[in-house]
Write a protein that binds this ligand. Structure first.
Ligand code: PAN
Ligand code: ZN
Length: 192
């Protein structure tokens, strides 16, 4: 017997705008939400003393049925840097260790950083059209290294859970910074 949440739902994605409609939840992440993530604490302080810039928007549609659940998330990551470090998502690992995710880059360019709790690290180069599978047990973060907005679609089970603690505590092994106008990977001092 179907209940009212068990029927198909479609939303319409606008590729040029990087948005979809209808959207149920919208959330903003500002520098104050990510202050622990950036290496250059003086740059964070300096910026926050005059403004709290928007780093990314989350557009979100949870599909919850009586048997299971699945989320559609669109992340809109603005271009820019804090000090010399590019704008990025906070990054997290799924609480459930059997939960993967698909990311689909629609617009822009950058990197998907992936890391296990043992410190295995990968950086997947991203451009519009790249689709990445994030296996279970890999923390994930997206970095925008271009001068336009980076938009990606995510799909995952809502039951996966988001654990930000390992990233707040230690971050990723590599920082993505600008050197001579180009994205460059630096070993994070927090891993040495
Ligand atoms: C994504 C992320 C989204 C924002 O939907 O939650 O890109 O990144 P943070 O959660 O790291 O701030 C996802 O990976 N969900 O599982
Ligand atoms: Zn995730």
């Amino acid at each position: 017997m179907l209940n009212e949440n068990d029927y198909p739902i479609s939303v319409q994605f606008d590729f040029a705008a990087g948005t979809f409609d209808p959207v149920l939840i919208r959330d903003d992440r500002r520098l104050s939400d990510l202050r622990m993530m950036y290496r250059d604490k003086d740059a964070v302080k300096r910026t926050l003393s005059c403004e709290d810039p928007l780093i990314y928007e989350l557009w979100y549609y949870p599909f919850e049925t009586s048997k299971s659940d699945m989320a559609l998330g669109v992340t809109r990551l603005l271009p820019g840097k804090i000090g010399d470090e590019y704008h990025m998502t906070k990054g997290h690992i799924h609480e459930r260790d059997d939960q993967p995710e698909i990311y689909f880059c629609i617009k822009g360019a950058g990197y998907l950083l992936l890391q296990t709790s043992d410190g295995e690290f990968r950086a997947e180069p991203w451009q519009a059209g790249t689709i990445s599978h994030i296996p279970p047990m890999w923390a994930h973060r997206v970095v925008n290294t271009a001068d336009e907005m980076l938009v990606f679609v995510a799909s995952y089970h809502l039951s996966a859970g988001h654990d930000y603690r390992p990233i707040v505590d230690k971050g990723f092994r590599k920082l993505v910074v600008e050197r001579d106008g180009k994205p460059t990977f630096l070993a994070s001092p927090r891993w040495e």
